[in-house]
Every structure is written in structure tokens, then in C-alpha cells.
Design a protein around this ligand. Structure first.
Ligand SMILES: *Cc1c(COP(=O)(O)O)cnc(C)c1O
Length: 369
């Protein structure tokens, strides 16, 4: 059995370190809890070379807080990609804005900057680029476009912590960014966790206030915030895991390269591409194949777990019915959503497992193509 995602091999290897991290939070010291969170915030800011990290309870909260910290007018338009995870769009709506969805770039699964340019109106306040599956968007180009139109940029880095473009970490190009440490992410907590990154001290101060109900001191609440704090035990565990992240990313890249080499012999698997080697951390390894649903079933019969990320375009999510939104163009995104399947890529997979998964996929795809 090869599950689609599992942390058990990672946690088994780090069991002693993780137990020590939990034990190091002194239950009898009230200040130990805040310190544990502050220590993690410092390590995270150092790792990603960001001015500040503000830890919160989840990646979704991080995006809502980053968006509210912009102080943009209620109902303003926020442009993001139509192909992606529900939480990005939900955060835009929960922050009080109107999502505008655009297509993916030709041949890639990330937001098309030409489509973003076409979607800008006088009501646009911000762009939310998503570094989907761990692949960095061309942030210098996006930043230039945003600056030309005086728009804020909130990066969704939930799947891409550690990815760099032009030597600079994603999450540090925008006005602010949101990271997730949920169970399935490549830097995972045991339940939920998230953080806002920013180089702007004013945005950092607002994010700190917003995670505590927008309290400006003395129970005077100046913005509608959330009650969203990172659990101090999760912070201690994350501080222990963070120094391993680059080793894990290196192994993810090795596995991705092995898959891509294996699939090169078969003409029917579209493999992910990275514009620069350091621009992709392979949070997910997502391919496009003919008869995706048939392949998924065949792999399940062979005890290989997969996930379809993501079958439903965001403008079409039933939960958003009745909410103001705009779908600008989505032809390529619809084709991508119909053909994608994500396969196991966690760093503890063996080369033998990667080859067995590749062979099972090639055998099925060759038989139906
Ligand atoms: C996981 C994820 C989120 C939300 O993070 P949570 O910690 O689960 O709330 C947001 N955006 C993307 C792209 C994600 O993958």
C-alpha cells in the first residue's frame, strides 16, 4: 500500500526530536507559550528572508488576515486563478472582497499574467497569485504589473514555502503572503497552523492586531479581525521540523526528476515543468493524462493512492453561489481540471516505490491512449 500522502515515515524518523520539542514547552511557565510561538516566527522569517512572520491558526486565516490588513474598500475586486484550491477564493470572500477568476498560463497550471492584465478594472484592489503545487509564479513580472496599476499583491504560499525565483523566496515579493502548515503541507503541523509573511512593518502590526480580534489595545477594536493563534505546541514541533525542510525539498525534486524521466518514455503523460530548478518544491507532483478517472481507479486497485487536485474550477464551486464573483476566462483551466491527477511525492518514498508507481501509470495510459 502506498498512500497518496503520509507523514508517518517522517514522524517515525524524527520521533525523539519531536518528543523533546513538546517536552521543552514548560507547562508551569505562562511565558513559555508565547515564547514558543515567537521562536518559530523568528526562524520562519529567517528561513524565508522576510521582514516579519506573524503566526496564526491556519493558512486560510493567514490569507484572510493578510487581505484585511490591506485596508482596501469592502467589495473591491481581487484577481486570482480559476484553477486551484477552494480556500484561496473562500478567503477573498471571507475578507469581504469580490473574487475575479482568470485562466491558467498556456502549458502550465499557474495563473496567466496576460489574463490578469485583461481582468484589471478601476475596482481592482489586489492580485492573489497562487504558487500552485509548489511552483513559483513569475513574481518580478507580476509585481511590475501590480505596480503599474497600484495594486496590492497577497501571495498564496500555502503550497510553496522554500521555492525561489531569481534567488528570492516566494512569499517575499508581495505586500504580504499567507502560508499553511496543515497536515498535508510539506512543512506540516499535526493539525493546523499558518503564518503571514511581510516586509512591511505596518502590515505586520495590523496582522498581529487582526489575529486578536483587531484589538488596538485596551479593548478598542479598530478592524474586524479573527481569533486566530498558532498553538504553542505546534510552534515547537514546527521549529524542530523547519531545519529539515531544505533536505526534504531536495528529495522531492529528486523524486520529481525520476518520475519525469520515467514518463519521458511514454508519450501520453504531461509532466510538470519548472522555469528554474529552484522555482518548484513539488508540494504536489501533478500530471495530465487521458482517462484520468480510469487511471485513478486502476491505481487504487493496485493499492496506490492518488488525489485529483482540483476537479472543480473555483467560479463553479457550489458554496460561492449567490456571492458576487466574476469568471473572466477559463478555457485552458477547464482542460487542466479535466485531466489532472496528483501522485505520491513525499520525501520518504523509495526509488523502488517511485518506479513501481511510474510503471503502473505507463501501463494503463499506454493501454487507453
Ligand atoms: C492548504 C491551502 C490553503 C489553506 O491552508 P489551511 O492551513 O488548510 O487553512 C490555502 N491555499 C492553498 C493553495 C492551499 O493549498
Amino acid at each position: 500500500m502506498i498512500p497518496f500522502h503520509s507523514n508517518s515515515r517522517q514522524h517515525d524518523a524524527l520521533a525523539a526530536e519531536l518528543a523533546q520539542a513538546i517536552g521543552s514547552v514548560d507547562l508551569a511557565d505562562d511565558t513559555a507559550f508565547a515564547r514558543s510561538v515567537e521562536t518559530f516566527e523568528g526562524l520562519l522569517a529567517d528561513y524565508s528572508q522576510a521582514g516579519s512572520a506573524v503566526a496564526v491558526a491556519s493558512g486560510t486565516d493567514a490569507l484572510i488576515i493578510a487581505l484585511r490588513a490591506l485596508d482596501a474598500p469592502a467589495g473591491a475586486e481581487v484577481i486570482t486563478c480559476d484553477f486551484g484550491f477552494y480556500a484561496t477564493a473562500a478567503s477573498i470572500i471571507m475578507a469581504g472582497f469580490t473574487p475575479v477568476f482568470v485562466d491558467v498560463e498556456p502549458g502550465r497550471m499557474v495563473m496567466d499574467l496576460d489574463a490578469v492584465r485583461d481582468a484589471i478594472t478601476p475596482n481592482t484592489a489586489a492580485i492573489v497569485p497562487v504558487h500552485l503545487f509548489g511552483e513559483a509564479i513569475d513574481m518580478p513580472a507580476l509585481r511590475q504589473l501590480a505596480d503599474q496599476h497600484s495594486l496590492a499583491v497577497v501571495e498564496d504560499v500555502a503550497q510553496a514555502l522554500g521555492a525561489r525565483t531569481g534567488g528570492k523566496h516566494v512569499g517575499t515579493f508581495g505586500t504580504a503572503s499567507g502560508i499553511s502548515f496543515n497536515w498535508s503541507k510539506h512543512l506540516s503541523s499535526f493539525s493546523n497552523g499558518g503564518a503571514v509573511l511581510t516586509n512591511d512593518p505596518e502590515i505586520a502590526a495590523r496582522a498581529r492586531s487582526l489575529r486578536g480580534h483587531g484589538n488596538a489595545g485596551g479593548f478598542r477594536h479598530t478592524r474586524m479581525g479573527l481569533n486566530s493563534r498558532l498553538n504553542p505546541f505546534e510552534a515547537a514541533l514546527l521549529s524542530t521540523k523547519l531545519p529539515h525542510l531544505d533536505t526534504w525539498i531536495t528529495r522531492r525534486r529528486e523524486i520529481a526528476a525520476r518520475y519525469t524521466k520515467n514518463f519521458a518514455s511514454c508519450g501520453h503523460v504531461v509532466t510538470p515543468t519548472a522555469t528554474e530548478p529552484e522555482a518548484h518544491v513539488y508540494h504536489k507532483y501533478t500530471i495530465q493524462v487521458p482517462d484520468r478517472d480510469g487511471l485513478r481507479k486502476r491505481l487504487a486497485d493496485q493499492a496506490i493512492g492518488t488525489l485529483v487536485c482540483y476537479p472543480v474550477l473555483l467560479h463553479d464551486q457550489p458554496a460561492f453561489e449567490g456571492h458576487a464573483l466574476r469568471a473572466h476566462s477559463f478555457t485552458r483551466a477547464a482542460d487542466v481540471a479535466a485531466g489532472v491527477i496528483s501522485i505520491p511525492v513525499y520525501p520518504e518514498l523509495t526509488d523502488g516505490e517511485v518506479d513501481a508507481i511510474s510503471e503502473a501509470i505507463i501501463a494503463y495510459v499506454d493501454s487507453v491512449a
